[in-house]
Write a protein that binds this ligand. Structure first.
Ligand SMILES: N[C@@H](CCC(=O)N[C@@H](CS)C(=O)NCC(=O)O)C(=O)O
Length: 211
């Protein structure tokens, strides 16, 4: 059986969890990383030398990088709706997946750590504010894209929505007031978030307490 290694409160683990749920693929998820540790064990390092989560294990084949895991699963289970095979359509999905990692995840990580995982007396408001400003710019770009159609790449969700939908939930729900920052309301992005929120798998996997 497929094994997904990684704690369920990790944004990057939630990507393959969400896809596995949507495709109804039997699998076992094993808690490692964060408070669960074990990512520096020799056996884990042999699968993933980064000591990060997630890692996928499929009958002796191992893979890390959450977006790569999603692409592999979509290919293996022929989920063409989620990962189109037509070259241009596929390239645009991959463009937004890459942007999700290089821009959105990089922008939001300092704010997430500062607001959720740092004791109040150690918080650095200037660092969190800089992160907030980068997020505002990035989510503005995503909002403009979502003014064109209901999902990131068209009329139905793809791997691009999975890649971006998790940090969007975080951006909408981080306690920005702790640093006196007012997040802008972006109507198209909000409407897309509501559409994602009507999906049972998104509710189970993503709409969970930020920890
Ligand atoms: N680009 C990687 C990032 C992996 C990553 O940094 N994962 C974080 C969790 S979101 C991690 O492993 N942190 C250390 C830990 O959980 O022990 C991916 O998309 O899989």
């Amino acid at each position: 059986m497929l094994k997904l290694w990684g704690r369920a409160n990790s944004s990057n683990v939630q990507r393959p969890m969400w896809l596995l749920g949507e495709l109804n693929i039997p699998h076992e998820r094993i808690d490692v990383g964060g408070a669960f540790g074990r990512t520096r064990d020799a056996a884990y390092l042999a699968m993933n030398p980064n000591s990060t989560v997630p890692t996928l294990e499929d009958d002796g084949f191992t893979l890390w990088e959450s977006n790569s895991i999603c692409r592999y699963l979509a290919d293996k289970y022929k989920a063409d709706d989620w990962y189109p095979t037509e070259p241009k359509a596929r390239a645009v999905v991959e463009q937004w997946m890459d942007w999700s990692n290089m821009i959105v995840a990089v922008s939001i990580t300092p704010a997430f750590w500062g607001l959720i995982r740092t004791p109040a007396d150690q918080r650095e408001p200037a660092v969190i504010l800089a992160s907030a400003e980068k997020c505002e710019h990035a989510f503005g770009i995503l909002d403009a894209q979502l003014q064109k159609h209901d999902y990131v790449c068209g009329t139905r969700p793809t791997l691009a929505d999975i890649s971006l939908g998790i940090n969007t939930y975080r951006w909408l729900h981080l306690p920005w007031d702790l640093i006196g920052y007012q997040r802008p309301e972006l109507p198209a992005l909000r409407a897309w978030f509501e559409r994602l929120s009507s999906r049972p798998v998104y509710q189970q996997v993503v709409l969970t307490p930020l920890t």
